[in-house]
Ligand binder design. Structure first.
Ligand SMILES: Nc1nc2c(ncn2[C@@H]2O[C@H](COP(=O)(O)O[C@H]3[C@@H](O)[C@H](n4cnc5c(=O)[nH]c(N)nc54)O[C@@H]3COP(=O)(O)O)[C@@H](O)[C@H]2O)c(=O)[nH]1
Length: 874
């Protein structure tokens, strides 16, 4: 609480002194409103004088209304008892009591705040005793029990003799004002405290003469002057170096006079001890409570910053040095895998120049099989499950080779903890991997021959069994034992024996497919696993190939040595369902082979031996058939149905073997195809057919067209176009007298290649027909594209066509198809008159079959060739 004399109240007292009645007494109080209302109330004071002198009741009433309007309470009090005699209407709003309540004895005293009561009562009593006007700030308590801060301005009323007659005053509610002042005080003190205690910013305040008015503890530390020493001293005498002195004074002046702010910037200021201290200084010009200018300077010491910067530069320099010189590959990588920085070592590991490497990303550099594991590890880092990962992986180098690396990637985070990039350390571990691979190789291979050893073979055998089981195929295990190896070893020495084993290993490897496994078990014993076998005869053929290759002499130590093997064979699933059983059975089969005279093979199951042997015998005999002149061609007429005229003949191969007797084509053609002999045989057939055409023409029989069967293998493997061209040109016959029969199934495989070859053949001028038509799955669209002249209905449909409606429908459909595609249709296998009638009725163009003639040797068929109409066979 504070009291204040209100000097000019004396002037207002004139109004009362001049004998104002009660209302006029109020007027002396109005100046109490001057606090905060300034000039307005001076005008009011003048007005009061005027009113007092003129006693204008209306004007007084308006003044009372005015006091209510501005929110003040006018009161009159008995000085002796302290009881209000009168209060203005505003009193009700101030404390929430009706005006009458205020007039009660001791109202004022009782509604003073208990903490302020004594002080307010004493002060008023003292002032009254001295006869002084006075002003007191204290708190009252309203009807709701809340404190209300008031400023109470009281004037002493006197009569003409100067005796005190009463006390009148104004109560103003200053609660809001006080709260504001208090908040401002608190705020100011808070900020002052902050400014004083802020540790890193030296804050100084200077008045308009640049004398220190504020000097915080950081200023004491930075500049060495204590607050006590600094206060009142001038800026330029404290911290401004001499060289800057005049400039600073001038800058300050210009700020004050022209408002040109002193810019913030780095300065080198002076300490008490005369040392220079680098600071970053910014300045604020403000006005104090008295309205005078004050400049505040906020200086941040730069030494720390500079030290940190230097340390950072040093650390960066070291990092760059370490990065560049590191003996391991280093790379910085964005979170999505792009390389942003690489060191020379990683460039050399990956074989890329730096600029090219920086254009690549993780996926492009990683061996595809190893990428998923690394992406999984990256995801674990990015979703916070781990902060780094380490793995072994393969990179794809610039030249396409792969390099094994031990990779450790750590997530780098920024100050706020956000992941920014990966730092990757790459160590070339190719050598270690090679060593590991070498060790693994040695653990699973025979060091003499480099072939898989027993352990690896067992693994491969088990895999082959599993695969064969899944695909419902067979697998075979061959146990091979070199005949006479002991003799060679003992007589020529171990070195030669070793060489022999190495050459045997090589021959065995070359005799089987890549996917088969050849293994050495030690000594002169070898094992072979043949996987994915669909036909038992395939095994016999491979075995035969091995035997043949082993029979060829070995060049060892300057001499030619011959050797041979005995082979025992067991087959999955026929001879055993597991590797142990198959090994045991193949072994016992091998001993049977040895007992059987060596240089031979034996299946574990006897039945297999028979069929395989027969087939092998046939293959061996067939191999010699051409040179032994055992092959001949028979011819079967092809007859036009309408006029029964001869259209041509089909050449059909016959084999009369010196050892096997007459072998039907149905048996030897598949063996020829499987063994590849069909290529040479087919060539022979073609040449013979062309030669026959030439002879018939020469001998006057006529231009007889010969149809020749082309096997699929012949069509695909040999240069069939050249073969046909050579045969035709070699016998100088018109090409259209040769017709090539291609099976329907051949056309369906690699259709585009087949089509190209067919077009080339057609370009030679030969005729093309589709054999066995109806047994394959030709689509109409394919047929349209193939340049064929004739469809040959398979004899299986012709056989029952006259009786079986289904077969009849098929034959009918083929005939219609031929007509639609403008192709001749020949039905083969027509044996009966009923079949001939049916085919004639359906509009079939021609037939081939026993009805007219069986395939016969040239001399027997010759008579038919000149007939105008071919009669049925008798
Ligand atoms: N790649 C080559 N394949 C050839 C060659 N020579 C023959 N073959 C093919 O061998 C299969 C069997 O031939 P083959 O025993 O000669 O049988 C042919 C005819 O004898 C037989 N045929 C003819 N008419 C009748 C008959 O009325 N009834 C009946 N049961 N059989 C009859 O049809 C065979 C002709 O068939 P195709 O060649 O499909 O016209 C056989 O698939 C021949 O293709 C050759 O040199 N190369």
């Amino acid at each position: 609480m504070r009291t204040r004399e209100c000097g000019w109240l004396a002037a207002l007292s004139l109004a009362s002194l001049s004998g104002c009645a009660l209302d006029a007494d109020w007027l002396v109080l109005l100046p109490g409103l001057s606090f905060g209302l300034g000039g307005l109330l001076l005008a009011v004071a003048g007005l009061a004088l005027l009113v007092a002198s003129r006693r204008q009741a209306g004007m007084i009433r308006r003044m009372r209304d005015f006091s209510d309007g501005v929110g003040v309470v006018l009161w009159k009090m008995d000085p002796a008892s302290g009881r209000y005699l009168q209060v203005s209407r505003r009193a009700e709003a101030l404390l929430g009591y009706p005006c009458e309540a205020w007039l009660a004895e001791d109202f004022w005293r009782e509604h003073l705040h208990p903490e302020d009561r004594e002080f307010a009562c004493n002060l008023r009593a003292t002032q009254l005793a001295l006869g002084l006007n006075h002003e007191i700030e204290y708190r009252m308590v309203d009807a709701g029990g809340h404190e209300v801060a008031v400023r109470d301005t009281a004037s002493v009323l006197r009569d003409q003799r100067g005796c005190i007659t009463g006390l009148a005053g104004v109560l103003i509610d200053v609660s809001a004002h006080r709260a504001l002042v208090q908040a401002l005080d608190e705020s100011e003190s808070r900020f002052r405290k902050v400014m004083e205690q802020i540790p890193n910013i030296a804050v100084q305040g200077y008045d308009s003469e640049r004398r220190v008015v504020f000097w915080n503890s950081a200023s004491e530390r930075v500049y060495g002057w204590s607050q006590q020493e600094a206060l009142g001293k001038r800026l330029e005498d404290l911290i401004i170096p001499d060289a800057m002195r005049e400039d600073v004074i001038e800058l300050h002046r210009r700020w004050l006079e022209y408002g040109e702010a002193i810019p913030a910037g780095e300065l080198a200021l002076r300490t008490k001890g005369g040392a220079t201290v680098p600071v970053f200084s910014c300045h604020v010009l403000t006005r104090n409570a008295h309205g005078t200018a004050e400049m505040y300077c906020l200086d941040v010491e730069m030494e720390d910053v500079k030290r940190t910067e230097a340390a950072w530069r040093e650390s960066e320099r070291r990092f760059q040095l370490m990065f560049a010189k590191a003996e391991v590959g280093l790379a910085l990588r964005t979170l999505d895998g792009r390389l942003t920085q690489v060191n020379p070592k990683i460039c050399s590991i990956l074989g890329y120049p730096e600029d090219q490497l920086l254009c690549l990303d993780l996926a492009a550099l990683t061996y595809p099989d190893d990428l998923p594991a690394e992406l999984e590890a990256i995801a674990a880092c990015l979703d916070g499950r781990q902060s780094s990962y380490s793995l072994e992986k393969r990179y794809v180098r610039h030249d396409g080779s792969t390099v094994w690396a031990q990779v450790t990637s750590s997530l780098i985070r920024d100050e706020s903890g956000g992941a920014t990039q990966f730092m990757t350390v790459v160590e070339d571990i190719s050598q270690r991997k090679d060593r590991e691979a070498q060790i693994a190789w040695l653990a699973h291979h025979d060091s003499l021959t480099d072939l898989p050893n027993r352990a690896l073979l067992r693994d491969r055998l088990e895999r082959s069994i599993a695969r064969a089981q899944r695909r419902e195929r067979r697998a075979a295990l061959l146990v091979l034992d070199l005949d006479r190896f002991k003799t060679i070893n003992d007589s020529l020495g171990h070195a030669v024996g070793d060489q022999l084993l190495q050459q045997v290993a090589l021959r065995l490897r070359n005799a089987v497919r890549e996917t088969d496994t050849v293994s050495r078990q030690g000594g002169d014993e070898f094992l072979i696993v043949l996987g994915e076998i669909s036909d038992l005869e395939d095994i016999a053929r491979i075995v035969q190939k091995i035997l043949e290759r082993m029979e060829l002499p070995f060049e060892l130590a300057g001499q030619s040595l011959s050797s041979s093997v005995s082979i025992g064979i067991s087959v999955f699933p026929d001879d055993g369902a597991d590797s142990d059983t198959l090994l045991k059975n193949a072994d016992s089969a091998m001993y049977c082979a040895k007992e059987g005279g060596r240089n031979t093979f034996r299946f574990y199951a006897e039945a297999m031996n028979e069929s395989a042997l027969e087939r092998l015998k046939m293959e061996s005999a067939l191999r010699l058939a051409i040179e032994r002149d055992e092959l001949t061609l028979h011819y079967q007429p092809q007859v036009e149905l309408a006029g029964r005229s001869l259209l041509g003949v089909e050449a059909l191969l016959r084999w009369n073997s010196a050892t096997l007797g007459s072998v039907p084509p149905g048996r030897f053609i598949p063996v020829a195809e499987d063994s590849g002999l069909i290529v040479a045989i087919g060539q022979w057939v073609l040449a013979q057919a062309c030669e026959q055409v030439r002879r018939w023409r020469k001998e006057g029989v006529g231009d007889i067209c010969i149809a020749v069967n082309l096997s699929a293998l012949q069509f695909r493997r040999s240069d069939i176009v050249a073969t046909v061209r050579d045969a035709i040109e070699g016998s100088a016959i018109p090409a259209h007298l040769i017709e090539l029969e291609l099976t329907e199934s051949l056309l369906m495989q690699n259709a585009e290649d087949v089509l190209r070859t067919m077009r080339e053949l057609k370009a030679l001028g030969v005729r093309l027909s589709i054999d066995d038509f109806g047994t394959g799955y030709s689509s109409l669209s394919y047929l349209k594209r193939f340049p064929v002249d004739r469809l040959k209905v398979d004899r299986s449909f012709v056989k029952d066509a006259a009786e079986n409606p289904d077969d009849a429908a098929i034959v009918r459909a083929i005939i219609q198809l031929g007509k639609s595609l403008k192709l001749d249709v020949i039905a083969e296998g027509a044996e009966t008159a009923a079949q001939i009638d049916f085919l004639t009725a359906e509009g079939c163009h021609s037939v081939q079959g026993y009805y007219f003639a069986r395939p016969q040797p040239e001399r027997e068929i010759r008579a038919l060739l000149t007939l105008a109409a071919i009669p049925p066979a008798t």
